[in-house]
Design a protein around this ligand. Structure first.
Ligand code: HEM
Length: 164
């Protein structure tokens, strides 16, 4: 008969993913949206960053809802591929049909990630997307900026999420 051991620890992440392990898990919070061409709005959001220790990739899924009514808004999902040199590439499919390829870098000590779109596909108005993530006192904050056919790169979204 096997002796009962101590509770099993979650397996260590893949070495490529380890520097970004501060992101792993489920997050929930609130954000606000703005752009010169639209009325400002508030939203709720949940993000899940998950991975398997045998793969050098983080799976990303996000969904949002209207803060006032809970009605679903934008959703997106994709894959984050960090590299040991501190660079990172991300692909994201948005519920609006837009597809993004993002390239950028992370800083494991500052717990920051910055991304710039290399490719924005199947978009009627969007020309460019920039995403910046930062851990602030254990919470995950981000800013999304976009450039459109009518407006230069500027904030569209900002949010703050707690780990759940
Ligand atoms: C408007 C893109 C994320 C909610 C817009 C517009 C664009 C856009 C191009 C129209 C702006 C104009 O006509 O000048 C994007 C992109 C996103 C993103 C590229 C992600 C990178 C989100 C998210 C939400 C959201 C997460 C909700 C939580 C809205 C709303 C409007 C809007 C409510 C105004 C009404 C409308 O046009 O539907 N967005 N968006 N967006 N976006 Fe986003």
């Amino acid at each position: 008969m096997e002796a009962a051991g101590p509770p099993t620890q979650p397996p260590a992440p893949h070495p490529s993913v380890a520097p970004l392990s501060f992101l792993l898990g489920k997050w929930r919070g609130e954000g606000e949206g703005t752009f010169p061409t639209i009325a400002p709005f508030r939203y709720g959001e949940e993000i899940l960053f998950s991975h398997h220790p045998s793969k050098p990739v983080i799976s990303y899924t996000q969904r949002t809802w209207k803060a006032a009514s809970g009605e679903p808004m934008h959703a997106e999902s994709g894959y984050w591929r960090p590299r040991p040199d501190g660079s990172l590439e991300v692909v994201i499919a948005q519920s609006t049909g837009l597809a993004e390829v993002q390239k950028g870098s992370y800083d494991a000590e500052k717990k920051t990630v910055t991304l710039q779109s290399e490719l924005v596909g199947n978009a009627s108005k969007v020309k460019q997307i920039a995403r910046a993530f930062q851990m602030v006192d254990g919470e995950l904050s981000y800013i999304v900026q976009m450039a459109t056919i009518t407006n230069s790169l500027q904030p569209h979204l900002k949010a703050l999420l707690k780990r759940i």
